[in-house]
Design a protein around this ligand. Structure first.
Ligand SMILES: Nc1ncnc2c1ncn2[C@@H]1O[C@H](COP(=O)(O)OP(=O)(O)OP(=O)(O)O)[C@@H](O)[C@H]1O
Ligand SMILES: [Mg+2]
Length: 346
């Protein structure tokens, strides 16, 4: 339970060439997943983002075979789930927790009994169950609500019950299906903070799906973008935000951070060349631009700038106009690139 997180050592979840075809009527079929490949490393928080109908839930439910892929391989830890018999699959599933957008709690059971439910199913003794439920109530901050029924709880509290229940059997993986989509922004933030805590303190690997880029930015290490049943782009959250390649990815990124382009400056008549510089990590706070310009006869004007944070990493975007000879401007751009900054002329 208190294993230290051990990031990036080996994939804990591996989906290989997954296809899922739903039968929609006697004669019609719908392909919800096409050739999906995904590796989630032990200890990371991995997000999958896509529009409604992109296949996110189908993908997530393939990981514990709630939805059995039509073809492909599903590996979790050391097991190829597609090859397990029913009992082996049940055993493995116990250690794959899952939480849902609409919580899926038992309405006729108290908070305490909802959390105890999976422990009863796995036939633990009443003493063990009581002890574990107490620990979980403490973890999710619901001790004083333990005798309430779901309808007496707020959305955020219901999701805390869902999380406690999912953690009852000490899973190594937590699957989250739009876990914060039914919550207001503040409650979303507190649930995301709880998930981040669980990941850090217990080393539980989290695979979450969402249609909100803010969720990805707040807690994920890496992200895959889905469109029409396919994964169209995968990368670290920073790379995806600062240098999106696919058009769907670009749309998602633009919803949360503006990537300045020519249109941003309207009728402004530039006197020099305009470049967009992307900083990441500790570079964000270094005077790299100043140093690069200082060695030349050129000057610069800042047209726009932002500094923000993605999970734990600071990043910044700066749009500057470099005024000087072409040779000087090229020298400055080279210098910036050599320092590992992302530079785009716009
Ligand atoms: N049981 C089913 N039978 C037939 N088609 C299905 C079934 N489940 C899902 N689909 C279809 O597969 C596609 C992907 O569905 P899925 O639920 O995985 O999307 P999603 O990305 O989770 O969407 P949302 O953001 O709306 O939850 C959709 O077009 C959906 O209509
Ligand atoms: Mg869904």
């Amino acid at each position: 339970m208190l294993d230290l997180p051990c990031k990036g050592v080996f994939p804990l979840i591996e989906l290989i060439e997954i296809n899922k075809i739903y039968k929609t009527s006697k004669k019609t079929f719908f392909q919800a997943l096409t050739d999906v490949n995904l590796k989630v490393e032990k200890g990371e928080i991995f997000g999958v983002i896509g529009r409604s109908g992109a296949g996110k839930s189908t993908l997530l439910r393939s990981v514990n075979l709630l939805e059995r892929p039509t073809s492909g391989t599903v590996i979790v830890g050391s097991n190829n789930l597609m090859l397990l018999k029913e009992q082996g699959l049940q055993e493995r599933r116990k250690r794959i927790g899952m939480i849902f957008q609409h919580f899926n709690l038992l309405s006729t059971a108290t908070v305490r009994d909802n959390i105890a439910f999976p422990l009863k199913v796995s036939k633990q003794s009443p003493t063990e169950i009581a002890k574990r439920v107490d620990e979980l109530l403490e973890l999710v901050g619901l001790r004083e609500h333990q005798h309430k029924y779901p309808k007496q709880l707020s959305g955020g509290q219901k999701q805390r019950v869902g999380i406690a229940r999912a953690l009852a059997n000490e899973p190594d993986v937590l699957l989250c299906d739009e876990a914060t989509s039914a919550l207001d922004p503040q409650t979303t933030e507190s649930i995301l903070a709880l998930l981040r805590d669980i990941n850090r303190k217990m080393g539980i690997t989290i695979l979450l799906i969402t249609h909100e880029m803010d969720v990805i930015r707040a807690i994920c290490d890496r992200v895959a973008v889905m469109d029409q049943g396919r994964i169209v782009e995968t990368g670290t959250v920073l790379d995806i935000f600062l240098d999106p390649q696919n058009s769907v990815t670009k749309q998602f990124v633009n919803e949360v951070i503006e990537t300045p382009g020519q249109e941003t400056f309207g009728t402004y008549q530039a006197k020099g060349r305009i470049i967009r510089i992307a900083f990441r990590g500790e570079q964000t706070y270094e005077p790299i631009l100043y140093d690069a310009v200082r060695g030349t006869d050129a000057t610069f004007a800042i047209l726009q700038g932002t500094v923000s944070r993605m999970k734990d990493t600071p990043y910044g975007q700066l749009v500057v106009e470099l005024r000087g000879s072409d040779a000087d401007v090229n020298r400055i751009i080279n210098e910036l690139v050599q320092h590992g900054l992302g530079v785009n002329e716009i």
